[in-house]
Write a protein that binds this ligand. Structure first.
Ligand code: ARG
Length: 458
């Protein structure tokens, strides 16, 4: 079915028809399209544009078409350019001429923007739940491994000892921000374009607030030109998805590195690993590699859409049809990535002895500097004095704790025999009891707060 027959005297070119079509991907908005049309039929009746009988016929017909989609019986025709065309074509086949009244005052421009928003609003709760599930997995595992210490890294060099749980919980908060962004964004997705017509509004008395209520939108777009031009909500969602995938990618990268033989801190469960077709011994963390790889894909979708939008003249342009595939793909990607990430975290094998074995004396140098600070040495000085001690121990081929007291005292008389007490990784960790720090008490507080965030609904 062609929607614009009147002024054309020629058939569309076959390849142009394929190029123009979006049905191969926008079919998945069928439920949103039908929901929008049912609300629209009601609004038409309220505006006196169709009779109550006609409205009921339209609604019944649309419900029948919905049922055909649900049961897999809907048959697409090669002439169905997009989901809007397909639904209207089928409606006409089922209810006859009254179907021609449904599009009164409506354009595919306000229709498609409405459908896409409805589609996204339907997907958001599932994504939110999967993300919450991942956060729960993180908190559970953090609680389970409270006593495990490991090297903390900056520049991927040994920095200071931290709790494994502390590292793990750092991702909880990144995901909490993702939850927050999603909640905030949802408000902007739930703005109704329908009733904007092609761009100028309509002249037929259709009540847009009524439409918004019917469809569960919190607001209507205040400018009909903006309503059909705006794809901010898609760009925002793609940014959200890309950043979330970047968080997943960082988590993945740490775990990939730590599951290597050189580290051996963790092992990815077999359910989330694959083998090699050639090397029998291999157990590759493919789940995590894909977690990392998909970030590139989602960043690509965001850049792709922004590039599509940047030069567009105001109003609907067919370029906007390019908004859907990245959006659908971002949703599909996260619908798998999130539960897989939760599964990897839940089943991850942790090797505390390997982590403990990687702790060294150098990581306690800051504690030694703090020791001097407590003895009245200004930090800049204590930092360089400890640096000298580290260098001297290196010259003598000794670990720092084996450097004899006279050597320390030759560097500074502020060093006393009690300095050796700082050579205890657990003590170092427990000393960092600031809010958000790595001490047991701080971490327990952090975990309690995280549980509260989860309970209050994030
Ligand atoms: N398939 C189109 C899209 O996805 C629907 C809107 C078409 N509007 C138009 N004026 N040609 O954007």
């Amino acid at each position: 079915m062609k929607l614009w027959g009147g002024r054309f005297s020629k058939e569309i070119d076959r390849q142009m028809e394929a190029f123009n079509a979006s049905i191969q991907f926008d079919w998945r908005m069928w439920a949103a399209d039908i929901r929008g049309s049912i609300a629209y039929a009601r609004a038409l009746e309220r505006a006196g544009l169709v009779s109550a009988d006609e409205r009921d016929a339209l609604i019944r017909g649309l419900e029948e078409v919905a049922w055909e989609f649900e049961s897999g019986e809907f048959v697409f025709l090669p002439s169905d350019e997009d989901i809007h065309t397909a639904v209207e074509r089928r409606l006409r086949e089922r209810v006859g001429a009254v179907a021609d009244k449904l599009h009164t005052g409506r354009s595919r421009n306000d229709q498609v923007a409405t459908d896409l928003r409805l589609y996204l609003l339907d997907e958001i709760p599932t994504l939110r739940r999967s993300l919450t599930d991942l956060q729960k997995a993180i908190v559970d595992r953090a609680e389970e491994h409270l006593e495990v210490l490991m090297p903390g890294y900056t520049h991927l060099q040994h920095a200071q000892p931290v709790r494994f749980s502390h590292w793990l919980m750092s991702f909880f908060w990144a995901f909490a921000r993702d939850q927050d962004r999603l909640r905030d964004m949802e408000r902007r997705v739930a703005v109704l374009p329908l009733g904007a017509g092609a761009l100028a509004g309509h002249s037929l008395g259709i009540d847009r607030r009524y439409l918004a209520d019917q469809l569960g939108f919190g607001a209507i777009s205040e400018n009909s030109i903006d309503a059909v031009s705006d794809r901010d909500f898609v760009a925002e969602f793609l940014f959200w998805a890309a950043l979330l995938q970047v968080h997943l990618s960082r988590l993945a990268e740490d775990l990939i590195l730590w599951s290597s033989a050189e580290f051996g801190f963790v092992e990815v469960d077999e359910a989330y690993a694959t083998g090699s077709s050639l090397m029998p011994q291999k157990r590759n963390p493919d789940s995590l590699e894909l977690m990392r790889g998909k970030a590139g894909r989602l960043i690509g979708h965001l850049t792709g859409l922004l590039t599509t939008l940047k030069g567009l003249p105001t109003g609907y342009n067919k370029d906007l049809q390019e908004d859907k595939e990245p959006l659908f793909d971002a949703v599909d990607t996260l619908r798998l990535a999130l539960p897989v990430a939760a599964g990897v975290v839940r089943t991850l094998k942790v090797y505390p002895e390997r982590m403990a074995a990687a702790l060294d004396d150098g990581m306690l140098a800051t504690d030694l500097a703090d020791y001097l600070v407590r003895r009245g040495v200004p930090f800049r000085q204590s930092h360089s004095l400890v640096g000298l001690a580290v260098r001297r121990a290196g010259e003598l081929g000794l670990p720092l704790r084996a450097l004899p007291l006279p050597e320390f005292q030759a560097i500074s008389p502020a060093f006393g025999p009690d300095l050796y007490e700082i050579f205890d990784h657990r003590r170092s960790v427990e000393a960092r009891s600031s809010e958000g720090g790595t001490a047991l008490a701080s971490l327990r507080e952090q975990i309690a707060l995280a549980r509260k965030v989860l309970k209050d609904g994030c």
